[in-house]
Design a protein around this ligand. Structure first.
Ligand code: ADP
Ligand code: MG
Length: 280
């Protein structure tokens, strides 16, 4: 999948009207890009995730909600590969990646944002994107072998891609800002932009709104919609239900490691068991 600034919707309005609808025809015809089946994650003897299943389609946004300790982060980690699933399966575009290492899953298109590191802080936004993008195409040894000329060509491609992403997210003015100079919301955005440098199939977001100023939440929601409109499937863990309501096509509700409800936002908030879990 290539990222083209041209032809990309400037905002998420086109998609907004499709929220809560079934996945777009072409995408659903090809089946889900991610199939999570009966996944179990145990810490010691305790099952933090106890038989969770859901599907994610291209361009779809699935919201994962539930009380603290429900197993949401553990489930995301089992998809990203940071945590092994003791049983069940994770299938990405027909490929079983249940036992694959995190970097292998990343290569096949599973991206996950991480909180910023000191490395992030001490590089500019542009450098951060380049570093993320360079890793995307094979081993550096191969590049040395094929020579400097093709290395330069590839580097120019990565740079062009970074500019494209900066333009799309209206972050060009911040290209030379250091990571440490960014606001909470800008950091979250750059974390996502770094993921996009790798052309992911699936993007996993664990509480991406943490540290985003309230007046920027709306913009953030719009940005995430544009990411999905590109055809990327999103799984988002988020506490703020108004964000989930605005963003998600499907909401999966977890409690004590299990899925207790799944449906549109309206459906799950009307569910008695969900109400009990949230009040408990
Ligand atoms: N690395 C870990 N080691 C042991 N127990 C863990 C670990 N991570 C999470 N847990 C436990 O697993 C359960 C689910 O946690 P988590 O996946 O973080 O839930 P959530 O993200 O929904 O709050 C909790 O009881 C938590 O204490
Ligand atoms: Mg969590």
């Amino acid at each position: 999948m290539t990222i083209s600034p041209a032809g990309f919707p400037a905002d998420g309005t086109a998609r907004a009207s499709a929220a809560h609808a079934a996945p777009a025809g072409a995408a659903s015809d090809r089946g889900p890009v991610l199939q999570v089946r009966d996944v179990v994650v145990r810490y010691g003897g305790v099952a933090a995730v106890n038989g969770v299943s859901f599907d994610l389609y291209a361009g779809q946004i699935v919201g994962l909600i539930g009380p603290n300790g429900a197993g949401k982060s553990s489930l995301l980690a089992s998809i990203g590969g940071q945590q092994r699933a003791q049983s069940g399966s994770i299938v990405l575009q027909g490929r079983n990646v249940t036992r694959a290492a995190p970097y292998t899953r990343a290569r096949h298109g599973i991206a996950r944002t991480f909180q910023t590191t000191s490395e992030f802080e001490n590089m500019t936004v542009f450098e951060n994107l380049l570093v993320a993008g360079r890793g995307a195409s094979g081993a550096s040894l191969w590049r040395v072998t094929v020579g400097w000329r093709s290395h330069r060509a590839e580097e120019r491609q990565v740079e062009a891609k970074a500019w494209g992403i900066l333009e799309r997210f209206e972050m060009v003015d911040l290209a030379d800002a250091y990571g440490r100079e960014l606001s909470g919301g800008q950091r979250r955005l750059v974390e996502i932009m770094r993921c996009l440098m790798r052309d992911p199939v699936v993007l996993l977001l664990d509480e991406p709104m943490v540290g985003v100023a309230p007046h920027l939440v709306e913009r953030f929601v719009r940005d995430l919609r544009t990411v999905a409109a590109e055809g990327i499937g999103l799984v988002i863990v988020e506490h703020a239900l108004e964000v989930i309501e605005q963003l998600c096509d499907v909401v999966v509700v977890m409690a004590l490691g299990e899925v207790i409800a799944e449906g549109t936002y309206e459906e799950v908030v009307a569910n008695e068991e969900v109400r009990r879990a949230y009040l408990a």
